[in-house]
Design a protein around this ligand. Sequence first.
Ligand code: BGC
Length: 818
Amino acid sequence: MKRITTPDISTFETKHIDRVRALAPECMVLLKNDGTLPLGAPGKVALYGSGARQTIKGGTGSGDVNVRHFVNVEEGLENAGFEITSKAWLDAYDQAVLESKKAFFKDQRKQADAAGANPLMFVLGKVAPEPSCEFPLDGEGDTSIYVLARISGEGADRLPEPGDIKLTQEEIRDILALNRRYDRFVLVLNVGGMVDLTPVAEVGTVLLMGQLGTPAGDVLADVLTGKRYPSGKLAMTWAPIETYPSTKGFAEPDDTDYQEGIYVGYRYFDTVAADVTYPFGFGLSYTSFSLTPGSPYVDRQTVKVPVLVKNTGNRPGKEVVEVYCSAPDGTLEKPFQELAGFAKTGELQPGVEEMVTVSFDLRDMASYDPAAAAWVLEDGLYQLRAGSSSRETTIVGAVYLSERIVTEQLRNITTTDRFEDLSLPRQTEPMPDDAPILTADPAGIDTRHIAYIRESEPIPKLIKQLSDEELANLCLGNYKDAEDILEIIGNAAIHVAGAAGETTGWLNDYNLPHLVMADGPAGLRLSQEYTLEGEIASGAPAFGGDMMLVFEPEELAAMVPQEDPNAEKKESYYQYCVSVPIGTDIAQSWNRELAEEVGDLVGSEMERFGIHTWLAPAMNLQRSPLCGRNFEYYSEDPRLSGWTAAAVTKGIQKHPGCGATLKHFACNNQETNRFFSNSNLSERALRELYLKGFEIAVKEAEPHFIMTSYNLINGEHACNRKDLLTDVLRREWGFRGIVMTDWLVTGGMGSAGEKWPCASAAGNVKAGNDLTMPGMPSDKADILNALNDSNHAYALERADMERCAARILNKIYELTNV
Ligand code: BGC
């Protein structure tokens, strides 16, 4: 690793920014176009809206990236040659928004102090309200762009209210006025998730820009002018918030009941044939396409659906072909359809065709039957639909299976008895006369049996020599003796400034190297500048953004390491990382090569800055649009999530010594009271939806790490669940990496007044959760107590610790000996 000694922009940054600029148009989704887009040559433009100058490049919290500069929309349009005629509006809005933020965070500080809470933890994820203001909409020209922005982040959920999911009265007023006033009007959505556009339905052109990282404004300008084109598709259904079954009971602090069972997103909306604003998989193009399905065929158990795509318009573009499968009802009720596979064309010029073939394994269409503790393919017809969104499909054939087949015989792990999952009548569509019916040979589909026996871990000699206390230390991160939460939240590494954590430093006698972990998923979150004392790097806190307004200027100054004025001035080093599009936008590209390239780009920055594992991809299911961290996640569909995560992981792990960390395993679907929120759900929903994406990514891409979630599942912390971490993850799926906890799950925040207890560090070890991050002295005490106390809820044997410690040590050797 060569340290960077100049603050000037490095060649790698320019190269990465250019690469993100080239890839990001594929992540944008054109929701509506009345012919206004593309605008063509830049001219005068009246630019308005919260995201015009205060553009959001990504969300807040650990998912933020400390870039040197990012291009906002105003700058991007000016770079492209547009003349902005609404500067007075932008200046006035800036002022209003700043005042709103200052007042909000000042008030939050008062509340935090009154509650005796850590101010940063208190405001984490909270967003100042949109200011209520009315400035003249008098920019010159015939073209106007309104950029609507929303931000969110870990620690708080989104609100089903104006200013968040809904538009404010002021936003509605201005958007409608502009739409009527200007000949050409574009509503641009600089958001990380769904917004309810019902009140502005009359607007004819809507572009979901998303949150695209460092070059955001330049990418938008490229797409608006037509130099580039959007080719993304939604990874989540957009509908009024009241209509999602997950809205009921969302953000209840103690227990969230996943009563909708398997009916999440389009699995629900398509089964009940409800009207939606924009369906799953939907996205337009600057051109048009025709899709002509060929004859599907079955090759052993692989189903193949060929589709001829033709560009029938007059501009270049790319199209995504989506294949859905409707499995037959049987013992188990099925959703109307599930995404089975997809393929994206290359760039098609007008008039040009491409034949794409979507393939999937019929076994992957199995459902989980808790009564049999098995994945089963029911007998009957598996209808195949191909099209360009979940609502624009045609039946292209079906596969007939004559027998019910158990594809995998497992053990049940956990379910809830608090409720019965939602049950819905299913509509069936008759098979068209000319649609071919293929036959799958039941004899060709075997049953996999899981043995649930412990794999023998190679235990390095050193492990046997370590004392119990040393072993316990190896199972914890590099904790500090003093438990200063502010210092360690997302900033607990000492060898790389601003990195989130690292493996133990308490075994220095043995000369162990450290594995360093840095956040994502929108790039690497590190301090921009640091100095060195031996090997110890110190820099400014790597948390930033509006939340820091909760501190007084003097408090902020005190957070920057102070140099002794009499000492020799230390050399400064620099870590300017590039921010990539947020997780949801990557998934919206429906392009695995693109996802892998993004991983590859981040992987090369990891090598440069000495990071061994990226705390990403984040891949919880987007169960509800209200989850404050959805922007970090991929999709409401577990397969699309799993395929995207697998591709990103492959990109990262191409780099020697670099690993990906899939997170947050599992059911971290709300941020409210996230340390103590219990997700109650059935085993079927758990396996088919919430574990499925992780299963795909683990099997396809073999990530080096996985991070458990804060929440509980059916009454026990996910990080303490042996059934999840050992039986499912390691024995059923064959995971061979390290499991680590999310930060401070074992009590850094206290648990006074909570219904549920904190997680236990001993419980982590017992469950096969190797590494408790970042670790605290109380964690070590808990582990050592559990070793000597058979009455401890998670009583341990030394062998339990040895197994976790051995896995960590082996991974340290593997990733540092490259
Ligand atoms: C977040 C994780 C993150 C970790 C380290 C936690 O608060 O939930 O996603 O990786 O901090 O910064």
